[in-house]
Ligand binder design. Structure first.
Ligand SMILES: Cc1ncc(COP(=O)(O)O)c(C=O)c1O
Length: 441
């Protein structure tokens, strides 16, 4: 039931501005292309309904967390079960161990699991385990890879790309970080094998962990070169460091075995969050048994939380993972995704608008103004931002929703609820928008 005063988005926006910075509950909800947030009232399948009742086919999907689609019956049942159980939190239940077992069956590197509540908590914990295991502090990370909002990793994930040679000077992505945090990160360009090898020659024995998005969806969609990822694996191992795959976004996009299964390259630890519980809040760290056994109360690495293992997330995770691991679940979705990527690339070519779609699995990036393959953040950052904003505004007018997260490049995707017919419907509208872009509209 919408409060009568807020039937108009302008009224809600004005009200929210008085109490929420920028009228949003999280920075990522502001839509940079629209210059304000969109207000939605509900979601069903692949669609969101806005405050004024207009429906949008959604290509954001809770920043990727809604993998099965909104209001999915198995997720509803799971949350209802959690309600029936009395919303017990901070209690151990059978469901936690059952979900951990399911994760260990699906995710190749997972021998043991520790749950967390957000992706940022999971990457922070993985880094803490790595530092404890190695007795080292330095973290190797890659420009344009996003690992959450904690102090260890908030460097060079967004903003201007470094124009010079590697290594890349650590540049904080936020005010308020301790100056000393920058001394603990080493930043490299993605897919640059030479820079990687040189960095390990100089710093290899000081590196506690290398952390990466094996498919760098946060810069659109920049897959790792297989040779590069294999070298990262081999070098970390050779120098006694821990390899962390941040699969918060890449998990379950290419298949139930995540990006690590897609590449056949296993990290020591991985962080997983979005996509595992179809929008319910849950995250996890999984990996090598010896590393996971460092966690308290077994080992010296402290970690706990009142809401850790919350049954909303755990039960939704069990339900969602059962869907994702059903035989034959992925090929139809991958075909729908492919239809979208081919259709969009065809529309760009047909109307002579420079740009390209890079998609892998069920998430993708859209880069206006770029025609050659985007292989690293510097390539991606050269995109035509103004054209992107015009595209988003045109799509929103026509009932197709894309989220623009501030100055970040962002990523888009489909859910298991998107059908070929939905894609054709959206392509018709996007074609119209792209035709307008060609005509300078
Ligand atoms: C790869 C990656 N790591 C970590 C995070 C942080 O996750 P959360 O927003 O749940 O803290 C995100 C969120 O977008 C992400 O995409």
């Amino acid at each position: 039931m919408i409060h009568a005063e807020f039937r108009c988005a302008d009224a809600l926006h004005e009200f929210a501005q008085a109490y929420l910075p920028a009228a949003v509950g999280a920075g990522g909800r502001y839509n940079g292309s629209l210059g304000r947030p969109m207000y939605f009232v509900r979601g069903d399948g692949p669609r969101l309904t806005a405050l004024n009742g207009k429906e949008y086919l959604d290509f954001n999907l809770s920043h990727g967390a809604t993998i099965l689609g909104y209001n999915h019956p198995v997720t509803r049942q799971a949350i209802e079960q959690a309600l029936d159980l009395g919303i017990i939190a901070a209690c151990e239940t059978e469901y936690v161990a059952r979900l951990a077992a399911l994760v260990c069956r699906a995710v190749p590197c997972a021998e043991m699991v520790r749950f967390a509540t957000s992706g940022m908590e999971a990457t922070a914990l993985a880094i803490r385990i790595a530092r404890a295991a190695t007795g080292r502090e330095r973290i190797l990370r890659f420009e344009g890879h996003f690992h959450g909002f904690h102090n260890d990793v908030m460097f060079n994930a967004s903003g201007p790309a470094w124009p010079g040679p590697a290594p890349i000077p650590a540049r904080p992505d936020s005010a308020g970080l301790p100056r000393s945090a920058a001394d603990l990160v080493l930043v490299l360009p993605w897919n640059d094998l030479g820079a990687l090898e040189r960095a390990f020659v100089r710093h290899g024995d000081a590196i506690a962990a290398a952390i990466c998005e094996p498919i760098n969806y946060n810069s659109g969609c920049i897959p790792a070169d297989r040779e590069f990822l294999a070298a990262l694996r081999a070098l970390t191992e050779r120098h006694g460091g821990v390899l962390i795959f941040d699969e918060v976004l890449s998990a379950f996009r290419t298949g139930p075995d995540c990006a690590q299964g897609y590449y056949g390259i296993l990290p020591d630890l991985c962080a997983i969050a979005k996509g595992i519980a179809n929008g319910a809040p849950i995250a996890l760290v999984a990996g090598r048994r010896d590393l996971m056994r460092l966690l308290s109360p077994l080992g010296p690495v402290a970690h706990s939380g009142t809401y850790t293992d919350h049954l909303f997330g755990i039960l939704a995770g069990l339900a969602c993972l059962e869907e994702l691991t059903k035989p034959g679940a992925y090929p139809p979705m991958l075909a729908v995704a492919d239809r979208l990527y081919r259709g969009l690339n065809d529309a760009l070519a047909h109307h002579g608008v420079p740009g390209r779609v890079q998609g892998l699995g069920i998430r993708f990036g859209l880069f206006f103004g770029i025609e050659k393959e985007v292989r690293c953040y510097r390539d991606a950052a050269a995109r035509d931002v103004e054209m992107w904003h015009r595209f988003v505004r045109g799509c929103v007018e026509r009932g197709v929703y894309f989220q623009s997260i501030g100055h970040a490049i962002g990523h888009h995707g489909i859910s298991f609820a998107h059908t070929a017919a939905d894609i054709d419907w959206a392509l018709e509208r996007m074609d119209d928008v792209i035709r307008g872009l060609a005509g300078g509209r």
